[in-house]
Ligand binder design. Structure first.
Ligand code: ADP
Length: 176
């Protein structure tokens, strides 16, 4: 059985987490892996329906996704999570949970490091212009990872280049 792994994309809203993850999925499937995608926006319509954007609710959302991810990894599966997940301590809790389930190194933190000015200019979901309350990067904090396994840059690098970078990392780690 292949080793399990959790690819955890974190970054500001509009940074490119979903776009990069969706480019990566077919590349993983081409290599014979099935993949579960847990996308923040989708998860909030079922697993975390009703949760808001207070620190408590954001943390609860991240922990629920982390719990599911850990179960997938425990059974040797590959899971791709794309959540703003702004709080470092909560991401680290999930890291510990996933690594406990799948073994050290199972949790792969990928920081989609797009500058705030750029995500505001993109404003994919119209959230920045709408003056959304509790907006990460504006009124709410974003705590970047200190030692992520990977950092992706989306202004100078294309989606395809970034997806390839993640794939190369996984191959280098012997996970594919
Ligand atoms: P998130 O999931 O982080 O909220 P999305 O993936 O939904 O962000 O949106 C990112 C937006 O930025 C998309 O409209 C995408 O087309 C655009 N974009 C431009 N350049 C890049 C890049 N290099 N990588 C990822 N997204 C990019």
């Amino acid at each position: 059985m292949s080793a399990g792994a959790c690819l955890w994309f974190t970054g500001l809203s509009g940074s490119g987490k979903t776009t990069t993850a969706e480019a990566l999925l077919p590349m993983l499937e081409q290599r014979g892996r099935t993949v579960t995608m847990l996308d923040g926006d989708v998860v909030r319509t079922h697993l975390s329906r009703g949760l808001g954007f207070s620190r408590e609710d954001r943390d609860e959302n991240v922990r629920r996704v982390g719990y599911v991810a850990a179960e997938i990894v425990r059974h040797g599966g590959l899971v791709v999570c794309a959540l703003v997940s702004p709080y470092r301590a909560t991401r680290d809790e999930v890291r510990a949970m996933v690594d406990a389930a799948g073994g050290p190194g199972s949790f792969i933190e990928i920081h989609v490091d797009t500058p705030l000015e750029e995500v505001i200019a993109r404003d994919v979901k119209g959230l920045y212009a709408a003056g959304t309350k509790q907006m990460t990067g504006l009124s709410d904090p974003y705590e970047p990872p200190l030692t992520p396994e990977l950092t992706l840059e989306t202004v100078e690098r294309t989606v395809a280049q970034n997806a390839q970078q993640v794939l190369d990392y996984l191959v280098g780690r012997g996970l594919l």
